[in-house]
Structures are given as C-alpha cells and as structure tokens.
Ligand binder design. Structure first.
Ligand code: MN
Length: 285
C-alpha cells in the first residue's frame, strides 16, 4: 500500500497518478491519553488503519497527484537515526574533498557509529527545503529511508525487517563544515520524507533498489542500495543495540556519491525504484 499525507490534514491512498482521500481511516486511532507515548499514532496502529483504508478505497474522493500538496507520511518520530558515509564510492568522494577538514568524516561508519537528526527537521516534499546559512555550502543527500513500525529493542539482523512498517525516499540536507553532524543536519526542513510510505506488504526487500537524484534536471546521484556498506537489517540491529526504535522512527541509511550544493530556486527531483518520485523546491528560509 502507498499511504500519503496530503494538504496537511488528509490521509491518502496513492493509486497510479491519483490520491484517494481515506482520511476517515484515522478513526481507527485511539484517543490520546496523558502521559503520551513517544510514537507516531498512525504508524503504531498501521494494521487497523490499513484495514479501514481497504473498506474506504472504492468510494473515496479522488484527486490528481499533481493537485495535492504532499506532506511527510510520518508526523511524529522520536528520533531520526542516520548513517554517515555508507557507500564506498561516497567515502572516496569525501576523502578527496579538501573542504572535509574534520577527521570525523574520514573514519569508516563502523568507527563513527550512527548519529541522530532532530525529529523537528522532518518535512514532506510539498513543504520544500528552507535553506539557512546561505554563505555556506548546503548539500543534497539522497537516501533510502526506513520507517520503523513497532518497538525494536536489541533485535538481530535476521529479525530486523519484521520491525519495518515501510520505506520512503529521504533527503538528508546538510550544511558542510566542521560542526557535529547533529547540528548541521537538523535545521528545520533539512529532513525530507516522501512522496509517501510504501508499506512492507508491497515492498519487502530493500536490498536492490535503484536510486537517483536530479537538480534542475541535471543528474547528480545514481546508485543502488545493494552497494550499502551496512545494509538495512544490520543498521536496524546496530541502532537497536543502543536505543529502542519506536513506531515512526525513520532511519536515514546514508547517501551515495554525487552529493552537491543546492541554492534557493533549485528543484530537487528524487526517485527510488518502487517508492516513487518526488520534486522538492529549495528556497531561502
Ligand atoms: Mn546522509
């Protein structure tokens, strides 16, 4: 199933080039009670929501995809665990770049470990990226994004995919420079998730997906997730050794080579096989 959020408050089922308005399926969500649980309620109750969506689809109001604003399918993530350099070709690219002056960047992912992007940086493609610090270089990073579906606490790589709700395209927008990644990659709107969530009943194996990114029509990044240094099951297992992954947490799996700068007015077009394509406008904050 391809489940989107659109026009801020609407829930959609994506079919071909249409969005079916299935907002009524949100009635499957439990009412909020204090103290809140730190999870995305839609993702945490996905089986119930998906059952409702199935009953609503045939009579749902339909919109053209091009006529709606797509927001992030995840609205509440406790954290955005992210992989640093996780493709060998991107490692070579970073090592050859004189602006990479912090030794931190040059170490292998196994030494550096994962980092966290702020959850508040999460937006959808229709929201766009609002650049800050225009005197510095702001880069696009195309990444496969993994949306966690249920609490994963010290799980093994063999069972890790059982904890996934779905997949989406992720953009890990980054200011280049010497500061910690968690600062440079956590600016509001610097984590783009979209165009929708493709649930695991539709895509069960994330290990061989073509991914590509264009800026203003120019090809910048093209790779395949089979070339990840640490694959999705091992990323989930590794992260869950340190903290429980909760429903709605999004893992940014790392970017391939070809990262480059974006400026206000640019349009980023990102595509991942089976997950769709999204266009994201870059502007000044
Ligand atoms: Mn990244």
């Amino acid at each position: 199933m391809k489940i989107c959020r659109f026009n801020t408050t609407r829930l959609g089922l994506v079919k071909n080039n249409e969005v079916l308005d299935v907002t009524e399926a949100l009635s499957a969500l439990p009412t909020l009670q204090w103290p809140m649980v730190f999870e995305d309620p839609l993702i945490a109750n996905l089986p119930e929501v998906m059952a409702k969506i199935k009953t609503l689809a045939s009579t749902a109001e339909r919109f053209n995809l091009s006529d709606v604003t797509l927001n992030s399918p995840v609205t509440l993530a406790s954290k955005l665990p992210s992989a640093p350099v996780n493709y060998l070709k991107h490692l070579a690219e970073v090592e050859g770049d004189p602006t990479t002056f912090h030794t931190h960047h040059l170490k292998r992912i196994e030494e550096v470990g994962l980092f966290l992007k702020a959850s508040s940086s999460l937006v959808g493609p229709g929201d766009g990226v609002a650049l800050r610090h225009l005197d510095r270089r702001n880069d696009h990073e195309l990444e496969l994004a993994v949306i966690i579906g249920k609490k994963a606490d010290r799980v093994s790589p063999e069972e890790a995919l059982d904890y996934v709700a779905g997949y989406a395209i992720g953009l890990d927008i980054t200011i280049r420079g010497p500061e910690e990644r968690s600062l440079r990659k956590s600016i509001d709107s610097y984590s783009v998730l979209g165009p929708w969530m493709t649930t695991v009943d539709e895509l069960s194996d994330p290990s061989n997906l073509e991914i590509e990114l264009h800026v203003n029509g120019e090809l910048r990044q093209r790779a395949n997730t089979k070339d990840l240094i640490i694959d999705v099951p091992h990323l989930i297992a590794w992260a869950s050794e340190y903290y429980a992954l909760l429903p709605g947490d999004v893992i940014f799996t790392g970017t391939p080579d070809g990262v480059g700068p974006v400026l206000p007015g640019d349009v980023i077009t990102a595509r991942i096989e089976h997950l769709g394509e999204m266009s994201v406008l870059v502007r000044q904050a």
